[in-house]
Structure formats: C-alpha cells, structure tokens
Design a protein around this ligand. Structure first.
Ligand SMILES: NC(=O)c1ccc[n+]([C@@H]2O[C@H](COP(=O)([O-])OP(=O)(O)OC[C@H]3O[C@@H](n4cnc5c(N)ncnc54)[C@H](O)[C@@H]3O)[C@@H](O)[C@H]2O)c1
Length: 345
C-alpha cells in the first residue's frame, strides 16, 4: 500500500494557465489547509483572470516569474514542501515556429526547478508531462508507462527532455519526484488556440472551423477536473521515480468532435474548413491508465456530457475568451492559419 503524503505549502508553476489554474482551485478545495504559491511568467497563455476569485484568499499567493530564472525561483520556493510543475510552452503548432522557447522552458526551466527543489529539500516534485512523449500510435493499442519515448515534434521532444531531467534528479540526487502523462485535456479556461476551444469559439463567432488535413486524427479526451484529480492523486500517493498515464478513455476523431460542437450550438457544418495539415501531425494517441487506476484514480468517462458542459461554459463566459481573441491571439491565428487558406479577420 502506498503511503499518502501531506504538505503545507505547494508551489504550482504555470498556475495561471489552463490546467494549472483548474488545479489550483482543485487543490484548495481538496486540501483546505494547504498554502499555494502560484509561479507563472504570464506568457500569452497565462491569465490571472482564471484565478481572480482567489484574490484575498490568505492561502493563495502569486509570484510572476520565469521558471528558468534561478534567483526568482530560489526566492519563491522558500518554505515550499512540494512543487507541481505545469509551466510549459504547450502548443505543438507554436513549437514548429519557435522551438527554442520550448527548450528554454520545458527542458532548462525544469532543470532550474529541480536544482532549487534539491537545495530547498522539497519533499515531492511532480512534473506534468504529456501522452505526446510516446509519439503516436496510429493503429490500435495503448501506450504503457514502460514504453520507449518517441516524441515526434519539438514540443513533445522538449517535454520528454524535461522528463529525462526529472529522472536524473531521482537517480543522482535522490529527489522524490513523480511524473504524470496526461492526454488531450479540455474544459473551462483553455486558451482558444487549442482544438476544442478554438472550434467552440469560432463557431460562436460564425467563423470557419479549420480542420487539419482529413480531420481523422484521433485523440483521447480528458476532462480537466479528471486530469487535476489524477495529478493530485499522484502528488500524494505516487511512487517515487514513477510515471503515471492519465487518459480520458474518450477516443474521438477530431472531425467528429468539431461536428458535435456545431450541432450543440445549432451552427451549420458548412463552417468546417479543411486546411493544410500540420507537418508530422501525430495520428492517434491512446493510453493505458491501469497504473493510475490501481492508485485510486477514477476519471469520468461521459465525454458527451463533459463536452456539452464545456461548450456551454464558453458560451456563457464570452468576455473571458473574447478578451484573449482580440489580443496576441489574432496575430498568432493569422500567422498559423492564413497560409493554410483560412480567411482571417
Ligand atoms: N492541454 C493539454 O491538453 C495537455 C495535455 C497533457 C499535458 N499537458 C501539460 O500540462 C501543462 C499545462 O498545460 P496547459 O494546457 O495548461 O498549458 P497553458 O499553455 O494553458 O499554460 C501554461 C502556463 O505556463 C506559463 N508559463 C509558460 N512558460 C513559463 C515560464 N518559462 N515560466 C513560468 N511560467 C510559464 C504560462 O504563462 C501559462 O500560464 C503543460 O506542462 C503541458 O505540457 C497539457
């Protein structure tokens, strides 16, 4: 039986991003006595509006810092007994345009955090990784944690590099670290460059929905609260040095997901626009989750309900995503999609 750890002060890096902000809320709900220090650089993907309800909560503090900044991380980690690292450059398409930034954050940044964790005697370090480190699994079958990592794009290669650094600190410094490998995650507060919120928000704006290639790529969709529950379980109960797959058990074809979104919003399928595919686009991911389930993880598998709830959230929270779409997003969208034949503007 694995022992359950408890902590007093948890550093959550990347806590202003999509999964990180959901996790900060989850952590404080599940462990009301914990203190949480959110460290975030507030890149284009970081959004303090996602944490606004915590302003004034004495358990919560925010530090704006880059995880690759040694001095800032050293100061912020004072008194923390656990670190959960969500901070990352996280969008595959952007890693095709600017891979250097991904190496700085997803590899070097992890190293800076690990060094600080070692110096501060942090009792547990959790690295948030991704199913993409396995590369794709075009035919049937599922990735298990012992599979060889075969990342196929700069994002997933950088994430695999971060994992290797974590392993090195477990082996050479005896750091108590664990890794989670989540599958494609969806839910409230996701930056609208990602597939599901992009489809929903474009549909709400009556804009074309860009579908890469034939749209028959398959993803295993994981609801963000289920992802957070898995992370929390591994943080408290995972075995040192182990990686845990967190998959949603909701395998779906991208084109079908886009159609379901249009149907829910009462929009025509004529908004679907097939565009040039992403180079090296992974065809399919699928995870075995037996190891996390043996630890006690119980994700909800009702994709239809969770997708509908998510669509309704974006429909009801338009100021949140409209503020994003009118900013840096517009430049990114033009750069990524105009060349693929999507009318922008
Ligand atoms: N979204 C998914 O489907 C998914 C699936 C599996 C794993 N993951 C992993 O989960 C983590 C969170 O993903 P997300 O979708 O919430 O990402 P996100 O892009 O929404 O958020 C990333 C956050 O990290 C911050 N950040 C980026 N670089 C930083 C730096 N150098 N220093 C400090 N903060 C920095 C950003 O400001 C942002 O708040 C990532 O590590 C990602 O690899 C994501």
């Amino acid at each position: 039986m694995t022992a359950t750890r408890t902590f007093t002060r948890v550093m959550v890096t990347g806590g202003a991003g999509f999964i990180g902000s959901n996790y900060v809320h989850y952590l404080l709900e599940r462990h009301p006595a914990y203190q949480v220090v959110v460290v975030d650089k507030l890149t284009y993907a970081g959004n303090l509006a996602s944490l606004a309800d915590l302003d004034g909560d004495p358990r919560y503090s925010f530090v704006r810092a880059d995880i690759a900044d040694e001095a800032a991380i050293d100061a912020a980690m004072q008194g923390c007994d656990a670190v959960v690292n969500f901070a990352a450059d996280s969008h595959v398409d952007r890693s095709l345009h600017d891979p250097g930034g991904f190496i700085r954050t997803d590899v070097h940044g992890v190293f800076v955090l690990l060094e600080a964790a070692r110096r501060h005697g942090v009792r547990r370090f959790l690295q948030i990784s991704t199913d993409e480190v396995y590369g794709h699994f075009p035919q049937g079958g599922e990735s298990v944690e012992t599979d060889r990592l075969r990342p196929r794009n700069p994002y997933s290669a950088a994430k695999a590099g971060g994992e290797m650094m974590v392993n090195a600190y477990v082996e050479t410094h005896g750091l108590d670290a664990v890794i989670t490998r989540g599958s494609n995650t969806f839910g409230p507060y996701q930056y609208p460059e990602k597939f599901i919120p992009l489809m929903i928000t474009n549909a709400l704006e009556d804009q074309p929905l860009p579908i890469y290639g034939d749209g028959l790529q398959r993803r295993d969709w994981l609801y963000v609260r289920d992802h957070c529950a898995g992370v929390d379980l591994v943080l408290h109960r995972g075995a040192t040095g182990e990686a845990y797959n967190l998959g949603g058990g909701n395998e779906a074809v991208n084109l079908d997901v886009a159609k379901r979104i249009l149907d829910r919003l009462g929009k025509p399928h004529s908004l679907l626009r097939h565009v040039g595919d992403r180079p090296g686009h992974d065809r399919r991911y699928a995870l075995s989750t037996a190891k996390a389930e043996a630890l006690g993880w119980e994700p909800r598998h009702d994709f239809s309900i969770l997708l509908a709830e998510t669509i309704d959230w974006y429909a009801a929270n338009q100021p949140w995503w409209r503020a994003i779409k009118s900013g840096e997003f517009a430049d990114w969208y033009a750069k990524n999609y105009a060349a693929r034949g999507v009318h922008v503007g």
